[in-house]
Design a binder for this molecule. Sequence first.
Ligand SMILES: [Zn+2]
Length: 434
Amino acid sequence: MTLHHTLQATDGRARAGTLHTAHGEVPTPVFMPVGTAGTVKAMTADAVRATGARMILGNTYHLMLRPGAERVGRLGGLHRMVDWDGPILTDSGGFQVMSLAKLRKMDRDGVTFRSHVDGSKHRLTPERSIEIQHLLDADVTMCLDECIPFPATEEEAARAMRMSMLWAARCREAFVPREGYGLFGIVQGGVFPELRAESVRALTEIGFEGYAVGGLAVGEGQEIMFQTLDITTPLLPADKAHYLMGVGTPSDLIGGVRRGIDMFDCVMPTRSGRTARAYTSRGVMNMRNARFADDATTLDPECNCPACTRHTRAYLHHLFRAEEMLGPMLLTWHNIRYYQRLMERLRAAILAGRFEDEAARIEAGWEAGAAEAAALKTVVPGAAAALAGGATPLPGNAAAPLAAGDADPTSGVVAADTVPFPVPAGNEAPESNA
Ligand SMILES: [Zn+2]
């Protein structure tokens, strides 16, 4: 049998199920940490497993350039190479070609581009994308589609969607069925309800093992994203997995699950972990904030990760101030654990028929954290109005810029949120999305 999804319970439109794959079963809703170039950054495979993550994502674009798809195939595939025996989903490469590659040229047959790494020339067609994902040994292979920037006119969204549907048929043709492996189609059509419906019709006519909603979290904002899900997910086959690509914040995840999404991936927990931002039951905290310098309490008392069970906020603050590697490692671990625990809680709540109660309880924790932080807030001369406190409510949309940096009361300036963990110059390619 090919990869498939079974439902255990629904609560409103929220679903709890199981994804059955060649590399094991995955309880859904599931959040997949992003392992862009064959590694979830700053984490060993054992550490990723210890967070409770059951499925990870790899990026076709990065892996085809380095170390090369044929080489990964010779090395036994991605599972063997990265020591991950659970399921892996790979994207098609299309999104990164649009966002990272240089000098790309699109035609009806595919896209030609130059690598952002060394300028070498490459070509991606629907058939080649499927072949690469086969070499990588992805449990879930994604169709190559054309991702367009937001905002786009209806005409442009229609053109790109219709071409993506032709490519989806070619991907279906090229995909070699194997036990426990599957191919997902991607619904496109921008924010236009008729185009989304047309895209669903085209994909369901072809038939896929799962359906992704693409082209969201590209700057449209949470409200429009949710509106698009409201009109799209009810059209998707109920007996297949529903995957919202590249999303999002914890708030986005709750809203996605509420609207019938089973699978998510996003760089947010890993990228934020490397830039000192912690997702907690009390909202987002920037560990560089000076108010943590003497804070001997636990980062998140509700969390059981090593950062929370063995260390203090003061130590985490010190690690980031001293630019020690362990800071990004611990906070990445914590953030992934936070996301996994969020999914575990939502799943248990759906099974118990109390999804909305649980969602409200989680959101109340973020609000209480924001209120506490506001009460503690130190007024920073000249900058106070622009600043949030140490814990801010979770930003509403995956694509929105991260909230303003926390105040550093000792310097009177905003701590830079976007200072990445130091890496060799020119070698850090952005991860899958955002
Ligand atoms: Zn933790």
